[in-house]
Design a protein around this ligand. Structure first.
Ligand SMILES: Cc1cc2nc3c(=O)[nH]c(=O)nc-3n(C[C@H](O)[C@H](O)[C@H](O)COP(=O)(O)O)c2cc1C
Length: 540
């Protein structure tokens, strides 16, 4: 083992001996120039030895062992553009294999999607929870700004509001939205299948043109397998009968998988199965391979990774496990373009990875479904959990003992529950009157609607920065946000006012490309000091 200021060289017995020759003169390795050579990602870097001296070069060629120098280790250029599957980037017109996942209620805002699309990434507009008129507004704005640059829209499965999903899907077809991020599906709905099939066309050379692309976000193998195969025959036939698609499109739909890409989502902000990426990503890649063997699709489905991507190391880990691309979420919410309030972005910028908790989800409250939220600087996680416990314990609002009800009214709701019920009636009469009918007939359903008033508004308060309600903000986030904060502490990105989504994305991938270089060199026997092993973002 030989040691030199910031790196050590361990004889690597597996290495084939190489010499090196080059036109430029190698420099003696010093603490100062080591970092510079390593960070010049567009150039190769060679670690050389001559007469017991360590030298560095960034141009030259490996040669036979009797060259001018002994070659100890080298790395080819390693740039962020090269990470991920070239097919993914080509398909969507991207420079980088990274997209920002949807964040409901427009948290993944028009500005976020536009900023990313202009910078060689793409963003998924957070259409979940928004009414069609608001989504249409976003479509018009994004299309007029981005023109042919990349973007996508979220289509979220809404088992309790199927009409909303259908209307959103129709909007996407009407406005020619070419890529959607489909999420929260357990079974594939006719709206989703219609979107896919309606974009199929047979070309003169016999190949199939797919105009409506789907990136499906899943966290379970059984759901992934539905997207990795053609659409259900039964639904396709019904769509023809309803005049939504043609017979020809049914034939073509049998030959293509439901999705072009599958984003495997591990432990993330918001709705999550809290799965570790190291387990679920390889399992779904293997499933893709098995189903591709069976179906022989012209274009195999690509598999990407999301959930926990908040540092260069986590992005690189995903690529090393075979992810075609990565998708981020939590980190984008703390960026200036997000639809969250300044107060929320500040809280996010201060959180640690462990400052998260699972809390009842507003959309599937009765079923006990949970979402991952911030638990520092807000009491939402605790208060919503309390509501869920009360919901489980009692059959109706009237069963709640008076002292408990008063406490709820004074702390959580800050309103009388009768007044809240009146507000629920007004809200759902416009949006979905069946919910009111159901609640009128079932006191437990009525209690759920009243409790969902709090769960629904708390995320709106977080987005609009409702004064006096800070302790009730419902802020969806995952541990990746804390990991990101750790990484950028002490740099210009520590302040959330400096966090711009495209810059954050580029820093993540540049860091991943840098760490890839370090890992490659380590595999050849080099070991670096901690100041070299880290990628510190610097403002460009
Ligand atoms: C605030 C917030 C809201 C989200 N809303 C949605 C949504 O409406 N639809 C969706 O498909 N995913 C949603 N997600 C998930 C993200 O698109 C992304 O897949 C996830 O955040 C990635 O994991 P990470 O949070 O660890 O980065 C949301 C995530 C966050 C943090």
């Amino acid at each position: 083992m030989t040691s030199k200021s910031s790196f050590k060289y361990f004889e690597n017995t597996n290495l084939i001996p190489f010499g090196w020759s080059g036109s430029g003169k190698p420099s003696l390795a010093t603490t100062g120039n080591l970092s510079e050579y390593l960070h010049s990602l567009k150039r190769a870097v060679f670690f050389l030895e001559k007469d017991q001296n360590f030298l560095l070069a960034n141009e030259g060629n490996p040669t036979a062992p009797d060259g001018d120098f002994n070659l100890l280790a080298f790395s080819l250029p390693s740039v962020p553009e090269d990470l991920g599957d070239p097919g993914f980037k080509k398909q969507y017109g991207l420079k980088y294999a990274l997209y920002a996942g949807a964040m409901a209620n427009g948290i993944a805002s028009e500005d976020l999607v536009i900023a990313l699309g202009r910078a060689g990434f793409m963003g998924s507009f957070g259409a979940g929870g928004l009414l069609p008129a608001r989504v249409e507004q976003a479509i018009l704005k994004i299309q007029s700004e981005l023109l042919d640059k990349p973007y996508l829209f979220n289509l979220i499965n809404s088992p309790f509001e199927p009409a909303l999903e259908q209307q959103t899907c129709e909007l996407y077809l009407k406005h020619g939205i070419k890529v959607i991020e489909a999420s929260a599906y357990l079974t594939l709905t006719s709206s989703l299948i219609r979107y896919r099939a309606a974009g199929l066309l047979k070309l003169a050379d016999g190949s199939i043109q797919i105009s409506n692309r789907i990136i499906a976000k899943v966290s379970r193998k059984e759901v992934a397998s539905k997207f990795l195969q053609p659409a259900s025959e039964e639904v396709l036939k019904q769509l023809v009968a309803d005049g939504m698609i043609t017979e020809e499109q049914v034939k073509l739909a049998r030959l293509v998988p439901m999705a072009d890409d599958i984003t495997v989502e591990a432990d993330s902000g918001g709705h999550t199965d809290n799965r570790p990426l190291v387990g679920i990503l390889p399992a779904i890649i293997k499933l893709r391979d098995t189903l591709q063997e069976k179906h022989h699709f012209a274009q195999p489905v690509r598999v990407g990774a999301a959930g926990g991507i908040g540092t260069p190391a986590s992005a690189l880990a995903a690529f090393m496990m075979g992810a075609a691309y990565v998708a981020t979420g939590s980190v984008n919410q703390s960026c200036v373009e997000s639809g969250s309030s300044e107060h929320t972005r500040n809280l996010l910028a201060q959180m640690e990875s462990t400052d998260v908790a699972m809390a009842p989800a507003s959309d599937m409250f009765e079923m006990g479904v949970k979402v991952q939220v911030l638990k520092r600087g807000t009491m939402f996680a605790m208060r919503s959990q309390k509501l869920y416990e009360i919901y489980q314990r009692y059959e109706s609002i009237d069963d709640i003992p008076a002292p408990e009800r008063e406490k709820l009214e004074s702390t959580v709701f800050q309103k009388n529950l009768d007044e809240i019920w009146e507000e629920c009636i007004r809200f759902f009469t416009e949006r979905d009157p069946r919910q009111i009918e159901r609640a009128m007939n079932n006191p437990k359903d009525k209690m759920a609607l009243i409790f969902r008033w709090y769960l629904g508004l708390s995320s709106r308060w977080s987005n609009c920065g409702e004064k006096g309600r800070e302790m009730d903000y419902q802020i969806w986030t995952g541990p990746s946000m804390g990991a990101f904060n750790d990484w950028v502490r002490g740099t210009y990105l520590e302040a959330c006012g400096n966090r711009r989504a495209a810059d954050v994305s580029l820093q993540l991938l540049t860091g991943a490309a840098y760490l890839l270089r370090i890992r490659i060199l380590e595999s050849q026997g080099l070991r670096f000091g901690s100041e070299i092993r880290e990628f510190i973002p610097t403002q460009v």
